[in-house]
Design a protein around this ligand. Structure first.
Ligand code: SF4
Length: 365
């Protein structure tokens, strides 16, 4: 499917790029107009923005580049420090892959990013989308980083009614067919900005749109309902119990999760595995990290992961003696409450600790 031949594509490119030159958004990771982007900052921002809104990612990005100003600094860091700076962004495999990717770049590429999509895809954590974004934005290569904004604009431009996610390959092919031979990086960012500010999910602002003359959905009056989406499946529910163990000197027992799998390498309260059935009290207490007068706290902590919802029941014991009988707490250590805020804690565990502290009177710094 072509939008209407070469002439109109050229017109579309010119219309969109002229709009971008006047309306481009400013982000801490975006190079000023006319200057060459730093591939390190482009890469970092694209990884952060995969699951995080631009407004939320900004402060994390600033903090991250202040600590790790280039790929060499990131490669040389301890993984724990990387995870700590990532804590709160979620999807921690991204942070581990980021670190591994920096180390590969230093070891095998002299600290420079390769420029082709194929070579970029061979690096940890860089898939089809990120390779295209880097190729286009950092190196101005003709590539189509088709994200949600691109998908919405493309579905409307071509009046495509196939629902997502089945429509994704077709939309990507349409996007690839639309990339201009020059200014591919600006075009990529223009599509993102247009989708975020004009061709919005609800009530697209077609009267302000530089593409209105090219847009089939606008002509057909179907833009509001596009892109169509297949009904979402309900996320399955999981259950767990966690133990908030506080020593009399104000130390909290934390343990490190295994490197592989969900929240790999992050810190957590000791607890049960997470499973599809709720835990009976006696079953849960068999996972307590040591002998104590465990008190079950009222309420629960709810957290939504990509593929499931978690409901966590908390047990609390305080005034504990750190020396006695805590051998069951594998890979665990006592962390002073004053230092807990500096640990690589995922959001679900920050919620759990705060929930326990509402009954405790100690606050995590
Ligand atoms: Fe989106 Fe409207 Fe522009 Fe079409 S004319 S691309 S529907 S904002």
């Amino acid at each position: 499917m072509s939008i209407a031949g070469k002439t109109n594509s050229s017109r579309l490119h010119a219309d969109l790029l002229a709009w971008y030159d006047r309306n481009r958004r400013t982000f801490p990771w975006r190079a000023p107009a006319g200057s060459r982007p730093d591939p390190y900052r482009v890469w970092l921002s694209e990884i952060m923005l995969q699951q995080t809104a631009t407004a939320a990612a900004g402060p994390y990005f600033e903090r991250f580049v202040a600590h790790f100003p280039d790929v060499f600094a990131l490669a040389a860091a301890e993984q724990d420090e990387v995870l700590r700076l990532w804590a709160g962004l979620g999807y921690y495999a991204r942070a581990r892959n980021l670190h591994a990717c920096a180390q590969r770049l230093v070891a095998e590429f002299g600290g420079r990013f390769p420029q082709t999509q194929a070579a970029l895809r061979s690096l940890p954590g860089i898939g089809t989308y990120t390779a295209a974004a880097l190729a286009a934005i950092a190196f101005d290569r003709p590539a189509a980083p088709v994200d949600g904004n691109w998908e919405r604009v493309l579905a409307r431009l071509f009046d495509l009614h196939e629902p997502l996610p089945q429509a994704k390959p077709g939309l990507r092919a349409l996007g690839e067919g639309l990339v201009p031979p020059r200014r591919a990086g600006d075009f990529a960012q223009a599509m993102m900005d247009l989708g975020a500010t004009v061709c919005t999910p609800a009530r697209p602002r077609c009267l302000l749109c530089p593409l209105q003359a090219h847009c089939r959905a606008r002509a057909a009056g179907t833009a509001d309902g596009l892109p169509r989406k297949a009904p979402r499946k309900e996320k399955p529910q999981s259950y767990g119990a966690a133990f908030y163990a506080l020593s009399h000197a104000g130390h909290l027992l934390l343990r490190r999760r295994p490197q592989q799998g969900l929240l790999g390498g992050m810190m957590e309260l000791p607890g049960t595995p997470w499973r599809a059935e709720p835990w009976q009290e006696a079953e849960a207490l068999a996972f307590a990290p040591g002998p104590a007068a465990w008190e079950k706290l009222p309420g629960q902590v709810s957290h939504v992961f990509t593929h499931f919802r978690l409901s966590l029941v908390l047990w609390r014991a305080a005034d504990l003696d750190r020396q006695a009988g805590w051998t069951g707490a594998a890979a665990a250590s006592w962390v002073s409450l004053a230092r807990v805020g500096g640990e690589a804690l995922p959001s679900v565990m920050i919620k759990a600790i705060r929930h326990a502290q509402r009954t405790d009177g100690h606050a995590v710094p």
